[in-house]
Design a protein. Sequence first.
Length: 214
Amino acid sequence: MTRVLLTGFEPFGGEEVNPSWQAAELVAAAPPEGLEVRAVQLPCVFGESLKELRSAVERVRPELVVALGQAGGRPGVTVERVAINVDDARIPDNAGAQPIDEPVIPGAPAAYFSTLPVKACVAAMREAGVPAALSNTAGTFVCNHVAFGLAHLLATEFPDVRGGFVHVPWAPAQVPDGTAPSLPPGVVATGITALLRAAASTRADLRATEGTTH
């Protein structure tokens, strides 16, 4: 049984829901065979989110960590290839903080690559019928903050644990006028389930280059 920590965020920016947490809850309620999935909600707050993440890793002792976040406007689930050591917030977080051009972790590397098999994860979600693509930017808000913080934590303290960050689109309830892309949380959960299967069973990534976005 492979232990998996799956995180999602609380709502932010005036929203009432966050599809990353909705999907995480659904996957944890019906995990893939052979995987033990624990879902943990992170605050959309710089600094505090990394404290909660560390606590969850220490508590769950996972072999695999996948952090989910919302990327409104993207048409599908996007697996992040890289996280950068920059906080540059366009809007305040849920505690009112708005860091500009600050490091996530002072003295840490400029960037980290995901240790998930990112292309295999994208392929698995597409095979499951879920729109998915590879992304080369996680932004510079709390999502990237957690993506970088997770990568640094695993690289420096938990080198045997693999992990990475995945963005999910808005839920339909967030765009009732239909003017922006969205996916039902259940569809996103189907994709994340396929992603976890691929991440747990695959070490060497695919060589296909199609599907890169952002």
